[in-house]
Ligand binder design. Sequence first.
Ligand code: FE2
Length: 359
Amino acid sequence: MFFYMPTKVYQEKDVVINKSEEWCILGNRALIVTGRSSARANGSLADVIAALTSNKKEYVIFSEIEENPSVDTVMRARDMGISNKVDFVIGIGGGSPLDAAKAIALMIFHSGKDKDYLYTKGSDEALPVVAIPTTCGTGSEVTPYSILTRTELLAKGSIPHKVFPRYALVDSKYLGYAPVSVLHNTAVDALAHFYESYINTNATDYSRMMVEKGLKVWARSKDVLEGKREVASSDLDNMMLASSMAGMAISMTGTSLPHGLSYPVTVRRGMPHGMGVGYFQAGYLREADKTDRDNVLKWSGFGDADELADFYSKVCTAEKLDEEILILSAEEILSNEMKLKNCPYIVDREKMLRIVGVN
Ligand SMILES: [Fe+2]
């Protein structure tokens, strides 16, 4: 058993500015990595620039990270970082910019390697990374994972390198600017991280401690997601905290079948990540050990798996997936030993088809 979480986490209002003297020591010239627009709209980019400026640090901005970032985008950002001689990387946004920031920091450090190094085992050394989440699902600010899309293979997958951010600066004020669909889909992603971490071969008392407490925090704001009351700033705090706790849980255990099943759905049908992983949760839980299932459902405020499925259809409004993609996802994961081994129960083809909803 182990517990390893080397990221220093601060969650408080105006943390980027208030803790700037501390985190700005990491380097002298930063590469700021963001998506195309949200970091400007929610004020996080302005805070980072103000913090760097007041600490007399230089910076360049790469603001072209797309959803489900590709290896090619990572390599373009890496080239920008190298030519500008940056010595640390700041990722701002949802999972896509944060995951990309880790891969970029790795590839700037290993500047002599080509893109194949991303998916080759080797040194994990990277430039220091500061992660500033602006959505409530990825947990990427406290995980070592970087999930990239390999466009030529029509595949999405985690790189084998582990890059923990040095700092996670969590300020829920940015989440207040997220569109409702992003809030909903990312909150469901966090829920999926909890479930898949708890029902996981690698689960330990440490990781389960994080899941139990984290789900109770998540459940405090569940009725906001269901539209039963207006969102308050304490809900944004709860959702950000739950997301980071879920990230800590999966940093110990990894995810399980639903995440693996969702990747083909995202790459081939364009379904957002949280919606994709949420699609398979009820099926995953129904096949799990009853005590485990009852525990996680109770802590997250659901009576049974059917209630969870109803919540999912209400909150994520996903279209029913066609049988072709469901069978393809099932077949792909049945041949993926890495993902199968995280599932604590035996899964044959018949059970897998039940999980994805093909009978
Ligand atoms: Fe996820």
